[in-house]
Design a binder for this molecule. Sequence first.
Ligand SMILES: [Mg+2]
Length: 396
Amino acid sequence: MKITDLRCAIIGQNPVVRIVTDDGIDGYGEAENSKPYLKSHVLFYKQYLLGEDPTDVARVMLKIRRMGSFKPWGSAVSAIEMALWDIAGKAAGVPVYKLLGGKVRDKVRCYNGGIRFPMSGSSPEDYAENMQKMKDSPENFGFIKQGVAFHSRMIAQVPGFTYGDLRGGPPHANRGPLTEKGLKHVIACVEAMKAVLGDEVGLALDCGPGFMLPDAIRLAKALEPLNIMWIEDTLTGDYTPYVMADVYRELTRSTTTPIHTGEQIYLRENFRELIETHAVDVIGPDPADIGGIAELKWVAEYADLHGILMAPHGVFDGIIGLAAHVQVAATLPQNFIGFEYPVARPDWWYDIMEGLPTPIVKDSLIDIWDTPGLGVRFIVDKAMEHLVEEDKSFFD
Ligand SMILES: [Mg+2]
């Protein structure tokens, strides 16, 4: 089998990759809906893919994996990798998890990082009220992640929150020392959320990036009695193209609150120091940014050997991304906690694809399906209605 074409369409806001082959099997991958600008970057790799056998996934990836970087520039390679696995699974007549080593569980756990309700402000009462709505959502999530501090509107809505200047521009521009008032405000909001959740539902916190090390240490230590699942991306994260493992290690050594990072990190090589020096307790690579699902599997196994837990990021990965999460999570070692449930936006995404269980999430778990490849398919005539003019030939 040979690859004859690589295509990319922006459907809604999600870049969708389609790899076409000479024997009629095609494969799909998807990048985050926060990256609608990715099309030309995806198509850059076409020259390296044409003529390759897509079922030799690792050999194809050796050609292109060097030509990517930290978020957002690892996502094109990652979406291509997903599409290669989709083809390999369809060609073998098996779900992708069989090709990744087989499943070690029949259901995969996910958590709420994306089913959201409008928040009226950033007070502890606002956080508590909002958390009650998420606790009551029908998916019955076993744990929920909420943004605080630099990963929220708190920095702008709470006067005197930080000694730093407020900046606009590309995502997560803000960074600076916290005032005592700012620190106490974060703690009060977390206490208010925990009062709602009790010990029935776990709470994880997305915090930055933007913290200075001493503030991150003080926050982590103050939260110790609350048994938070993790505090994420205090020092670096999201769109920061570096790791700072030694600084994370200082934070992790100082506290019993689990420290988490990794959604922006591309390739196993860039997780090496973080894992080998035990710089964090939990890592959260995104299969749509790390370089694909096999890359994520490899990192999860290596993390497990070092006592580090696994909670993959995924909120913006869409339905094909969800399928990729389910396939790889089926095979992850026992350091797997759960992945961040991707919510497809707009809602019509759920009308243009098939293959998902109904409902998708039951008691925070998703049943693993057994259809070949990633196991989700476009309903082409319905999907066509959402293609922009320049992408009309995407399904041809
Ligand atoms: Mg995050």
